[in-house]
Write a protein that binds this ligand. Sequence first.
Ligand code: ZN
Ligand code: ZN
Length: 387
Amino acid sequence: MFFTQFQFINTYFRSDPPVLVRDIDNFGDPRIVAAMAYGTGTPQERARHTTLGALEGVLLEKHTVVRDNHWIRPVGVRHRNRSRGGQRYCPQCLGSDARPYLRRRWRLAAISTCSIHHVALLDRCPECTSPLMPHRTALGLNRCWRCETDLALAPALPALPGALAYSELAAAALDQGWVSLGAHTFHYSPLFFVVLRQITRVIASGKRSQQLRDRLGQEAQVSKKPFDLTGRNAIEFLDAAETHRLHALAWPLLKDWPSGYVEHMRAAGVWAAWATRDLLETPFVLRQIVDQHLRLDLYSPPFAEVFTAVRVMSGQGHRISNKGMRRVIGDSHFLGPAISLFRSSITPTPPSRRALRQAATRSASASERHQPPSATRAVIVRTIRSE
Ligand SMILES: [Zn+2]
Ligand SMILES: [Zn+2]
């Protein structure tokens, strides 16, 4: 007799601890792992290493069961349904497995390619577009639970070169527990992943992210369109294809570290505050680079200088805009304020005496309801009297 995983778990565990209504790879109760280890004759420690929690100390400094963990893609648990494509797969791996199984790394937003087959990972059934729900089928981990399509037959796209390099770097950090980025070696890989996530995030959202994408998209030869992060402002929520594109965009910042990073961030005007936004504590290696190269106040033109430049440019008949001014004098915190002050200080050309007199005569002879508002009239009269 064949059980689906669902039937088996229901029979074996009932609902304590909760199994099917949880993302057990991420938030698995130790009792489940212990029971699985016992039932399958697997050493406890080995069983634990199939969970995402075991990446504590490698991917994350601290793995938590009370909220989402950085880098771990959510599967969108709703009862026994899964609404999100957090569990991805490589069709070619599934096709070549003696007994198809899902790799733990396929859940991580730091990986978007298969390191063996060099294809982009997928997150849905190619036929019915359902996310993977392996607990709802007895046919095997390579089959769509809903339409029974063999996922190994899903068309695999060759990985974008930058995304492949990005994933390989992350995979090396996961394998070794340390990793080198340019001349710098992270001896503790969770620190590398903090830096990597921050570098990746500023491309996906935030101030000047479009300017940054414009540059990176051109260099990486991939689309620079905005990422849809509405609602959940986290890169873990992007679908498989968008995660892959994001990695390809990020690679020019990582290769030739840190010169590529500094060059692109400066050119796009992503300064220190934006480069390190939301970080409670910026890792020293990033702090140092940002402080040294991305501090706007180090060379930002002062207010008086910016204001004068705006006045001169306007006097020469140039249209005044933030972008145009930035091209001429470089970036400055004072750009916006100086332009607004300049605009508000421009008095419109005063009307001629004759025009004012005509306006006053017209308003005097006009009927009550056509009269200009009294304040306007007062200004006109005052102007005439003062002349
Ligand atoms: Zn593969
Ligand atoms: Zn399907």
